[in-house]
Design a protein around this ligand. Sequence first.
Ligand code: TXA
Ligand code: MG
Length: 345
Amino acid sequence: MTEDNIDQGGIRRAGEILKRGGLVAFPTETVYGLGGDALNPESSKKIYAAKGRPSDNPLIVHICRFEDLYPIVDHVPPEAKKLADAFWPGPMTMIFNKSDKVPYETTGGLDTVAVRFPSNKIAHAMIDAGGGYIAAPSANRSGRPSPTVARYCKEDLDGRVDMIIDGGQVAIGVESSIIDLTEDRPTILRPGYITEEMFEKVLGDGDVDIDHTIIAPDSKVVPKAPGMKYRHYAPRGDLSIVEGPKEKVISYINEQCAAQHAAGKKTGILCTDETRALYHADFVKSAGTRSDEDTIARDLFLILREFDDENCEVMYSESFSDTGIGMAIMNRLMKAAGQKVIHLD
Ligand code: TXA
Ligand code: MG
């Protein structure tokens, strides 16, 4: 179905499944979610089992009306109202202290709860039909790239979920920005489409912190979003990011791919429209154009999945700026590459 042509019968069926404790994979504007009733502990347990996810990694509760926030949190700080006015419905998740209504199974044992009001209209309809509170992690098996098309939900979760709603390719392609409002200062725990600059425009210059484990992971410091500590988004082959002057990056990647190919390995390259024609490998894919990095975010996870479809064994990716949406792109790419970066100068 599409946002302009919602299959009401399908939504009704999804709602019934959710209300009796079942699981439904569904599109949001960021990535596909694996939904279950957030207020039913048994549903949350099923989500962890279906994903193969460690149960200390909390779920995001999705709502479809701002007022629905009040019953599940102990208090709504003024910053939350401002941020909701600016970015909800949309790709932003806020962390609050939870109310008793939210079971610990959903929050991974934490006293806080992550809440998001997505903008995708199929998601709205389904959340509403399912009772208004839908816990949903990304709809991938734990560790795999988040699905941005229904086909990859099916690949990971077929037989583990009761229904998959196909809403086409998502609009944004990286998961929501997460901002924690339970500490003295609002803190970004996961970068996404809503950038630090956008948050500061609403909350005030210099008034937003960033969890520094986001870009430069330090094994001694535990990220505040438990999910950020796990290896993630990884294709099966060996991915490295190559950074440096454009010409050097291109010739280095081409040389490596030629050598790997000669050694019998299947090679893959993730590049951009600007450089696509200059590369040679078994599988060369442009994620989009550097003049509009949103295009790169949108196709990033798709290409990481395609590397696996193509059985690529050794892959190289160009590097991106870490400002704006680039911070979200680099955060996901670094995890996918297990932090492997080759610096050329
Ligand atoms: O865009 C998104 O946020 C997607 C779509 C489906 O809405 N969902 C998503 O969920 O990315 P998931 O489960 O893949 O990632 C949720 C992240 C994890 O890193 C988790 O640790 C963090 O949010 N998180 C959830 N609740 C939290 C809490 N109470 N405190 C800190 N971090 C939390
Ligand atoms: Mg995820």
